[in-house]
Design a protein around this ligand. Sequence first.
Ligand SMILES: NC(=O)c1ccc[n+]([C@@H]2O[C@H](COP(=O)([O-])OP(=O)(O)OC[C@H]3O[C@@H](n4cnc5c(N)ncnc54)[C@H](OP(=O)(O)O)[C@@H]3O)[C@@H](O)[C@H]2O)c1
Length: 340
Amino acid sequence: MRAYVLPPGCTSIADVRRVERPDRDPRPGQVLVRIRAASLNRRDQAVVAGTYFGRPITSDTIPLSDGAGDVIAVGDGVTRFKPGDRVAATFFQTSVEGPPLGERGSLGSPLDGTLVERMLVYEDGLVPIPGDLSFEEAACLPCAGVTAWNALMVAGRPIKPGDTVLVLGTGGVSMFALQFARAAGARVIATSSSDEKLERVKALGALGASDGVNYARTPDWHKEVLKLTGGRGVDCVVEVGGVGTLERSFESTAAGGKITLIGVLTGRSADLSPYALMWKEASLHGIRVGTTDMFEQMNRAIEANRIRPIIDRTFPFDEAMAAYQHQASGTFIGKIVVRL
Ligand SMILES: NC(=O)c1ccc[n+]([C@@H]2O[C@H](COP(=O)([O-])OP(=O)(O)OC[C@H]3O[C@@H](n4cnc5c(N)ncnc54)[C@H](OP(=O)(O)O)[C@@H]3O)[C@@H](O)[C@H]2O)c1
């Protein structure tokens, strides 16, 4: 079967190889899935560049954490799935080389990921695809979708109708947060470096943003956010920027609001003041994707609210490296998908 592999020491997409891998039968508790689509997350750029957690990978690794497909075969003792079922893989998995309840790692580094035709996983590493989502749409859910769901609905106080949510940028996590927040009856303010992207996210109809702020043109974007909320601030910030945006996120938050720290797009260390966080008695929550329970709860909400992931562009398997380049270009909103 066809797969892409990042070699040990990989530092760019020029190092990525196309390989043939042997098929394996599922052992007890395992499920063989034909991957139909995989999606990219920002971490996949870091993994291929050799900067994920500060170092290149040390063994051959199939990239990408997120994928969806259909079940081809199941091993002895599998009770939750049967051939033909449409499934998505969870971000955290137990290695199929070890016992079923072994330590969990994430797909795409350190574990082999989803840019492969057929993948083995333990059955607790799969969830059914919600409703009539396509494989491409379902492949967007495991990392970006679950992270956004965790941030809005699980961390601290869940958001409620009438709340205002601030999403930073128009990438995968932020666009899921936009849709989940709107479906829950909240107002959403989005920031972006691009007016054109802001127009696109405002034009998404019932699940679109009500307001946009261009953070490139308005470096003090928190003042704009405060203006847009009559000085009150927002109930939740979906923080993907990290140290370069955190202080302005504190300033943007309402008294008692929450900031969910998800990403570090602007870096990991800086001199910043936590004063506004303290003064507003706001809370800061670290987010690390989420659990299978959260994935299933999110899927019920997706089905009930007929939410469809926002896919910017889909690439064929042979052009998977062009998908990486499109993500690196920054000229997208939402998700980028590879179809197998
Ligand atoms: N902790 C976790 O569990 C977890 C899970 C998923 C992702 N993450 C992290 O979250 C971050 C976003 O991931 P993603 O996959 O959604 O990324 P993505 O799809 O690549 O989107 C990134 C977007 O962030 C926006 N952005 C960049 N710099 C910004 C800034 N200074 N201020 C505001 N927005 C900025 C840009 O939006 P515009 O183009 O509109 O300007 C860009 O398109 C990454 O750091 C990722 O590693 C963490």
